[in-house]
Design a protein around this ligand. Sequence first.
Ligand SMILES: [Zn+2]
Length: 330
Amino acid sequence: MDRAKLPRPNTFAGLSLILDRVAERRDESAWIAEQARSAKARYLLLDAAGEAFMQKDFLQQGGEALRWLDANEREQLLGDTPASLLGIANQRPHFMLVLDDATRIDTLETALDARRVGLRAAGLQLSADEAGLFAYAKGLSHWQRETRYCAHCGFPLLLVAAGHRARCTNPEDCGRLHFPRTDAAVIMLVEHDGACLLGRQAGWPPGRYSTLAGFVEPGESLEDAVRREVAEEAGVIVDEVRYHSSQPWPMPASLMVGFIATAVSRQISKRDHELEDARWFTPKQIVDGLADGSFLPSMALSVSYHLLAHWLQQRAGLDLDELVANSNSR
Ligand SMILES: [Zn+2]
């Protein structure tokens, strides 16, 4: 099996195809230190906002776009700034470094001939592998930054396990371990008899419609969250809910879980005020809307886009990428 050829429907997903997280070795500090010193080691540098260093002229060069530092550069430019181990890819240990000092990071940007780019902007420019690594690093760094005090006793936390756990420094009464958190959100394309339900928020660009979405609540299954969100946002009753695919979405800490759901009727009545509009679209309405510019899908790196693309392909044999490219070339 050629793992590189396995389907990766969603941007940022599929990192397991190239990366071994070596989670079982995160507590072996001597081994981690050896990896960090290795000539094969590479470091992704993030700033306090989670933006990463990218090669300034990568579009001309092709190939890798992130500006990875090697062990020498790390030592010379960053000294012993703590690094977190992401894992091993292509026999090379990959680490993440976070630098909060804004002045120093500006200097480094010049020294390394790099520019900082956010994940949302970089997502579609990077290869699938680099996009996945950047998303992973951004999610981990956000958790590290936001998790500095013990939620149980208030003592400061200390990062352990190569950056993947935080231990409470109150050994007498607490000493608890804290783990990176992921917030599950459901996102669903709801269909009924040849049409799909899409909604828009007031602040979006004109014509943009997206699948409905929302966070999973405590005590709720993913399927129940799909039914509740669709009922709240559009007043539509859903029966069958089928899993489609998932996407890490570290903006800042979500996992988007995508579904295709079937509605029992087309009756729409908005119950909350999250959406400015919700309506049913047939494939023909989407094709016509893309052609005359009145319909805009979600960003191509979102699972929402892929749910719509899958549905148009399955139900009408249409290629959303092609439709969008044609509408842009007008
Ligand atoms: Zn504690």
